[in-house]
Design a protein around this ligand. Structure first.
Ligand code: DDH
Length: 296
């Protein structure tokens, strides 16, 4: 297939607006989950970056390591192959973009398109040429655990408590799939609309323990009083209300959506940049990746 004819809309190297447009065009997926590819694209961006370790300066979105089995096949990344497949036609349309730029740009584009804040994003990531630089498995958070684990994981990335709670607000979006994680269900009624509803529900509902029949996983459940639909929270979500320091920020964001959007936007932008070194002009200077990828 002639790449420039695929979809009839190839773009010039560096035309990230054209890539954003292609991502927006694929968000509507009537046969997938709640009708949108948006939430799983956000999760792909987050998991691509959330392996970062400040101490060793390893992991992060640079490199697009999930293309390799060692990272892509991590049980923590189950289901994200859907997100990567959604983006393949975009990569074919804009072959000059690296996967690491595409995955992060798709995440911030989806957040905005679902009614969330604009998240500042910068290009220049390159893709690993082999799997020798991949971070070890086990760096992403385990939903069955509590506040101490959440802190250990996010402090390792260089985040503080307020940023942790802000980022957790991404659970306004999407759902759990027993086949991926053992957990099942959505956090809010409209999981394709970004809002602070997750924080409001954490505080307003009575959350009772429930075992997921398919997996035996323990999660929390509540029935929405308006729609009578069952909603869910992970043990790590509930930990944000039982830990006093986290709970302060949950209350703050439940009351002030604009503040949540502002903090989320800043924290997500920071997440996308973890481990990426830039010179004064903003050019990425990491040298451990493929040469010849697109550079701004
Ligand atoms: Fe999450 N998340 N996440 N999450 N997450 C899941 C789904 C989604 C944890 C566990 C899970 C963040 C933080 C945490 C999104 C975004 C973000 C699922 C369900 C589990 C389990 C996966 C499945 O079954 O398909 C845990 C634990 C944490 C933690 O902080 C302790 C953060 C920081 C983000 C972010 O984007 C900033 C999104 C979006 C989804 C929905 C995916 C989908 O397919 O829908």
């Amino acid at each position: 297939v002639n790449q420039s004819q695929a979809g009839g809309q190839g773009s010039k190297p560096g035309d990230f607006e054209a890539v954003r447009k292609s991502v927006i065009d694929l968000l509507k997926q009537p046969d997938y989950d709640d009708g949108s590819a948006g939430p799983v694209l956000v999760r792909l961006a987050w998991h691509s970056a959330g392996t970062y370790d400040v101490e060793t300066d390893t992991g992060g979105s640079n490199g697009a390591g999930m293309r390799y089995e060692a990272e892509g096949g991590d049980p923590a990344n189950a289901g994200l192959q859907n997100a990567r497949l959604f983006l393949e036609p975009v990569k074919r349309q804009h072959p000059w973009i690296t996967y690491s730029d595409l995955w992060t740009l798709a995440g911030v584009t989806a957040i905005r398109a679902m009614g969330g804040p604009e998240v500042s994003w910068r290009p220049g990531r390159t893709d690993y040429v082999d799997d020798s630089k991949l971070p070890p498995r086990g760096r992403l958070p385990d939903a069955a655990q509590g506040a101490a684990h959440i802190r250990a994981v996010f402090y390792r990335m260089g985040f503080g408590d307020r940023e942790i709670v802000a980022l957790s607000g991404a659970h306004n979006l999407g759902r759990c799939h027993a086949g991926n994680s053992g957990f099942e269900g959505k956090w809010v009624n409209n999981p394709t609309r970004f809002s602070n509803q997750y924080f409001r529900l954490l505080l307003s509902e009575e959350w009772t323990e429930k075992t997921v029949p398919e997996s035996g996983a323990l999660q929390f459940a509540s029935v929405d009083p308006v729609t009578e639909e069952e909603l869910m929270m992970l043990p790590t979500d509930i930990a944000l209300t039982t830990d006093p320091e986290f709970a302060k920020y949950v209350r703050m964001y439940a009351e002030d959506k604009a503040l949540f959007f502002e903090d989320f936007s800043r924290a997500f932008a920071k997440l996308m940049e973890l481990g990426i070194r830039r010179d004064a002009e903003g050019r990425v200077t990491n040298t451990d990746n493929e040469k010849g990828g697109y550079r701004s």
